[in-house]
Design a protein around this ligand. Structure first.
Ligand code: GDP
Ligand code: MG
Length: 442
């Protein structure tokens, strides 16, 4: 994933201040690959990476995050902004029924979405009606009727008297019907073709002109990747629309289409459809989509938690102490344990760190109460002992064991572990830090 690759990029990076140009360039390369892999259109990738570079240049390297995490945070924030920031809500008509028209290629998921949207509206106390204005495909009307039945929403379909055979007439008649029967939202399902073609565009434009929709929604299959942008642009020119609905997000598409469409058309993605069930439907959430594009939800959670729990002063002190041989004390050891614990369950944290997957078995056996025991033992030591653990001899160990209600062997084990940890940290302070370990200088 991008997080692994960035961690690699920064493996040799230490110190404070700003990232170097070389680091920023290396990062930009990785982000570019990640976005292209997520099917983001090239011009959008270029512009986006440029913006991220700009920001990376001007920002101080944070104390709470290692450089890889910090860049990921910047990228994530920029993605959320470009994806629209806030979720754009449906606009309802001030008087009369709200008219929503769906447009898009055949197979995009319009008919399925029509019913999901109707279901969603019903749950918000609306009284929707579905309109079968796709008279192209033999079974299209029936498909909408079946879906309408599933969600308990009436379907207005052509029959003698309401415009048989002509989708424009059916759409027009449906508005009259809605007024008569007091439906407050009219959802018009239209015909699609396999590719963009003039007749199709013209028909959609005619329906649009006949019913003057409050919202035209362009429905697009997230799985079609780069083609989504071409199609989105063609529909924008041919029919025009107010918002976008992404479908089939339950597939393995990384969702770059959302970013490209939003950037190129300037139209917000409003809804996300993610499965065959009528409830697999939600408002579009830019932050979730950003995580999906980057393919690193866990890393983002970790970053958020690390920032919350991080005490920068504490860690500066630790960093200084580590630089001096023997400067790291049992008190610091305890403080670090407590900081890590603030992040939540130790096991969970370790599982989220890149490269820790291989230790999963050991992690599952990790006993959370171990930290309590360590804490009790250290707290039974005098300040002098905590400061200079070398003085902890046999009789002190016996006293500490008694005071903390543990065995002398437990105290021995802790002291041994402390010296081991100190040795490891001193060599890390010299070496390059451990990526992703909050509370430790990285
Ligand atoms: P339309 O031609 O635009 O009306 O598309 P349909 O609504 O008929 O959908 C085409 C196919 O995609 C159907 O087999 C649907 O069941 C399927 N489909 C629609 N939306 C989704 C979705 O969100 N996830 C999945 N997995 N399949 C979907
Ligand atoms: Mg259809």
């Amino acid at each position: 994933t991008l997080s692994d690759r960035l961690a690699d990029t920064f493996k040799n990076l230490r110190g404070k201040g700003r990232l170097s140009e070389a680091d920023i360039d290396a990062t930009a390369r990785e982000i570019r690959i990640a976005l292209l892999e997520a099917d983001v259109a090239l011009p959008v990738v270029k512009e986006f990476v440029g913006a991220v570079k700009e920001r990376a240049r001007s920002e101080e390297v944070s104390g709470a995050l290692n450089p890889a995490q910090q860049i990921i945070k910047i990228v994530h924030e920029e993605l959320v902004t470009i994806l629209g920031g806030e979720t754009r809500r449906l606009r309802y008509a001030k008087t009369g029924p709200t008219v929503i028209m769906l447009a898009g290629l055949q197979g995009a998921g319009k008919t399925t979405l029509a019913a999901k949207l109707a279901h969603w509206l019903k749950e918000q106390d609306k009284t929707p009606v579905l309109v079968a204005a796709d008279l192209q495909r033999p079974n299209a009307v029936q498909q909408l009727q079946v879906n309408g039945e599933r969600v308990g929403v009436p379907v207005f379909a052509p029959e003698p008297g309401n415009g048989t055979g002509n989708p424009v007439d059916v759409a027009r008649a449906s508005i009259e019907e809605a007024k008569r029967k007091l439906y407050d939202v009219v959802i018009i399902d239209t015909a699609g073709r396999l590719g963009v073609d003039e007749t199709l565009m013209q028909q959609a434009a005619d329906i649009r002109d006949a019913v003057q929709p409050d919202e035209v929604l362009f429905v697009v299959d997230a799985m079609i990747g780069q083609d989504a942008v071409v199609t989105a642009q063609a529909f924008l020119d041919g029919v025009g629309y107010d918002g976008v609905v992404l479908t089939k997000l339950d597939g393995d598409a990384r969702g770059g289409a959302a970013l490209s469409i939003r950037s190129i058309t300037g139209k917000p993605v409003m809804f996300a459809s993610s499965g065959e069930k009528m409830t697999d439907f939600d408002l579009f959430h830019p932050d979730r989509m950003a995580s999906r594009i980057l393919d690193m939800g866990d890393m983002l959670t970790l970053i958020e938690q690390a920032e919350k729990a991080f005490d920068s002063e504490q860690s500066m002190k630790t960093a200084e102490k580590l630089a001096t041989k023997g400067g790291f004390t049992l008190e610091d050891f305890l403080q670090q344990m407590m900081q890590l614990r603030k992040l939540g369950s130790m096991t969970k944290i370790m599982g989220m760190l890149p490269g820790m997957g291989q230790f999963r078995d050991q992690l599952e056996n990790f006993d959370e109460r171990e930290i309590d025991r360590i804490q009790a033992i250290i707290q039974s030591m005098t300040p002098a002992e905590r400061d200079n653990p070398k003085i902890i001899d046999g009789s002190r160990r016996a006293r500490i064991a008694k005071g903390s209600g543990r065995q002398v062997s437990d105290v021995n084990q802790l002291v041994d572990r402390f010296f081991e940890a100190r040795k490891m940290m001193e060599s890390m302070a010299k070496g390059g830090g451990m990526p992703g370990m909050p509370g430790m200088p990285g």
